[in-house]
Design a protein. Structure first.
Lengths: 219, 191
């Protein structure tokens, strides 16, 4: 029996090793080995830099049984190189005959706000892409607080992985687990503001007054 | 009184496309309304992708560490009264050419969080922000893509504290398109 192919597309500039997107994708992909899948990974920022990378990208998407796309939210949407990758895939697949297999497409989006709902516009874009590229929509997980959260976040990732590796879409029960904020919003605001001040001061010696600089202000 | 200024970001992927024509029409219509308009044709500009490093918040506050045209476009945006995004509607969103410049706007806001309504957003860095106009090129109407685009423009306006935002769609008929863009400019400049 032929092994099934999964393809993971990482749409974060931080790549396959250190990005939150890759960490979340690894958690979802954990059950795939046991289920006999082969898993390929592509970093979209790298792939779209060259013609060879782009060709490999579109070929591997069309040859996959399951595509998992993981990206951070950038200004209410996806990072530019990720959009470029999706543009290239859709353009290449616009010439499909309809006789090829239809890869499934599932999405993991995380953002630095506390509300997972802030990812919804990006999910809408991913869904519209899937339709345009002739991929079967297999659901999404959205996470706030940069994918860091309580145990229910981990359960959501495990449930999503279990479903996808068994040939089912990400279930609503998994999606629901990440929709509630990881912590009270006010706590996130206060804690976040303290964190930014500390990072600036400890790592770069930048004071809280300097953080407020307005270098683009007209003289 | 100083002249109002507009910054037009042309996000077309190629020259001679409907998005190119829409960008030219937008500039002309803004000038007719008394704006001094600057257009940035993004496909011709060397703008590297945002690294997601947050140095522009904690290391070099307000300035991206990548020294390229992305800095100039961000400066042009914050110094304008109105910013127009002109783009082929791409799965409901912006083209990759437009998005490479939009991603580099992050230095224009602060790292700190605040509430806008009941949602968490970043605090403004500058005392004022430009109004936002989204001109989406979509030759074949697509209700879902249009909804996503309108939402995206409004969400961007919230995140960058724009006093007003408006989206319109052009179809490739130059006269009708001019009318649609003019109406949207009229709406957004009432703020």
């Amino acid at each position: 029996m032929n092994k099934k192919n999964a393809l993971v597309l990482i749409g974060s500039p931080k790549g396959l090793e250190t990005s939150t997107s890759a960490r979340l994708a690894r958690a979802v992909l954990a059950p795939f080995d046991d289920q006999g899948w082969t898993v390929d990974w592509i970093h979209l920022h790298r792939a779209v830099e060259t013609a060879e990378g782009t060709t490999e990208l579109v070929t591997k998407v069309s040859g996959a049984d399951q595509v998992v796309f993981a990206a951070p939210l950038y200004v209410d949407s996806l990072p530019a190189p990720a959009i470029r990758g999706l543009e290239r895939i859709a353009a290449a697949r616009s010439e499909r005959t309809g006789e090829e297999k239809v890869p499934r497409f599932a999405v993991l989006i995380n953002c630095g706000f506390v509300e997972s709902q802030q990812n919804d516009t990006a999910v809408g874009i991913c869904r519209a892409f899937a339709e345009a590229a002739g991929l079967e929509w297999f659901g999404e997980l959205t996470m706030g607080s940069a994918g860091n959260g309580p145990k229910r976040f981990h359960r959501a990732l495990a449930e999503a992985g279990s479903a996808l590796s068994s040939g089912f879409p990400i279930p609503p029960s998994a999606r629901k687990l990440t929709r509630r904020p990881a912590m009270p919003k006010l706590l996130y605001v206060i804690g976040g503001n303290v964190m930014w001040r500390r990072i600036a001061k400890k790592r770069f010696g930048v004071t809280k007054q300097e953080i407020l600089a307005q270098p683009c202000k007209e003289a | 009184m100083s002249k109002k200024t507009a910054c037009v970001l042309n996000g077309s992927l190629r020259g001679g496309t409907p998005a190119d024509r829409a960008a030219s029409a937008t500039v002309k219509l803004l000038e007719d309304r008394g704006f001094g308009a600057v257009v940035h044709t993004l496909r011709d500009l060397d703008i590297a992708p945002c690294l997601g490093c947050f140095a522009c918040w904690v290391k070099t506050p307000g300035v991206c560490i990548i020294d390229d045209a992305g800095r100039d476009v961000a400066r042009s945006m914050i110094r304008s009264d109105l910013v127009a995004y002109v783009t082929p509607v791409t799965f409901g969103g912006y083209s990759s050419e437009l998005k490479k410049a939009v991603d580099r706007k992050i230095p224009l806001i602060l790292p700190y969080f605040t509430f806008v309504g009941n949602e968490v957003h970043h605090i403004r860095r500058y005392p004022s922000a430009p109004c936002l106009l989204g001109v989406g090129v979509l030759e074949t109407p697509n209700v879902r893509w249009e909804e996503i685009f309108k939402t995206l423009v409004q969400r961007n306006a919230i995140n960058f504290h724009s006093p007003d935002a408006e989206a319109c769609f052009v179809r490739g008929d130059e006269d009708e398109d001019r009318g649609r863009i003019a109406a949207a400019i009229g709406e957004v400049t009432q703020a």
